[in-house]
Design a protein around this ligand. Structure first.
Ligand SMILES: *[C@@H]1O[C@H](CO)[C@@H](O)[C@H](O)[C@H]1NC(C)=O
Ligand SMILES: *[C@@H]1O[C@H](CO)[C@@H](O)[C@H](O)[C@H]1NC(C)=O
Length: 229
């Protein structure tokens, strides 16, 4: 069976390994559509391959080992602490897994979005309320979660204060690029066609991955291309 050229390219693309540098942990309900989405886009634009895990759209039994694998394959985790982060046991489990990886050199970068790091570290305020509930339902896990939160709250990270969100995202991306030894292009004006040549190869890989991801989500289109000419 012969495939048309478009199909051949698609098959090659689907065989390209997906490797990520950054694992992005966040509370879907709080920031899926706004902050985390903007952060994810900004990282992708700079060619930093990022895996985002949405606690709100989890399915399947072995999700825990899948997540663990994804964390293991990345070098750095960004954790977006938002108001309801602590209400999700998935988020808390994920945080505990991430903190465990620090012993083997995994970099952890907390972002405090509209929450005070001390509220996170001492589990007071909203975090305190959620933990009061967890004490009842997840008695055996709470201790580990508290320990992880206490540790992460005092690590180097970024706190959104009164500033503008876009600037905040810009500085996060810069920090992450530094930590990963990524050399960001020195902001050539994007209207200049020449600027493309100044981009690091990872930038194009990032674009390719992003394109592939959105493409394969539309699987009916994929089936259409798969039918030989
Ligand atoms: C972000 O979106 C969530 C719902 O998707 C909403 O509850 C929240 O208020 C939004 N945050 C901001 C800063 O607009
Ligand atoms: C970045 O470079 C420094 C110094 O060369 C090195 O110690 C560090 O491990 C590198 N970080 C990553 C994530 O590769």
């Amino acid at each position: 069976m012969a495939f048309n050229p478009v199909t051949q390219i698609l098959i090659l693309l689907s065989l390209m390994p997906s490797t990520y540098d950054v694992f992005l942990s966040f509370r879907g309900e709080d920031t899926r559509r706004n902050f985390t989405d903007h952060l994810y886009k900004a990282l992708s634009r700079e060619g930093i391959p990022t895996f985002r895990d949405d606690d709100g759209i989890r399915r399947g039994e072995n999700i825990e080992s899948e997540i663990n694998k994804a964390i293991q394959e990345t070098k750095l985790s960004i954790i977006v602490f938002s108001k309801k982060y602590a209400s999700s046991r998935w988020c808390l489990d994920e945080l505990a897994m991430i903190m465990e990886r620090r012993t083997v050199g995994h970099i952890v970068f907390p972002v405090f979005y509209d929450v005070d790091p001390s509220e996170v570290g001492t589990q007071t305020g909203r975090y305190g309320e959620e933990f009061a509930k967890h004490e009842i339902h997840f008695k055996d896990r709470v201790e580990g979660w508290r320990k992880a939160l206490k540790e992460v709250a005092y690590m180097e990270g970024m706190v959104l204060e009164d500033g503008y969100e876009s600037k905040f995202i810009e500085s996060i991306v810069k920090e992450i690029a530094d930590k990963l030894n990524f050399s960001l292009p020195h902001a050539p004006p994007s209207s200049l066609p020449l600027s493309a040549a100044l981009r690091p190869p990872s930038y194009f890989l990032g674009l390719l991955r992003e394109w592939r991801r959105s493409f394969f989500q539309t699987s009916s289109l994929f089936l259409f291309f798969l039918s030989p000419l």
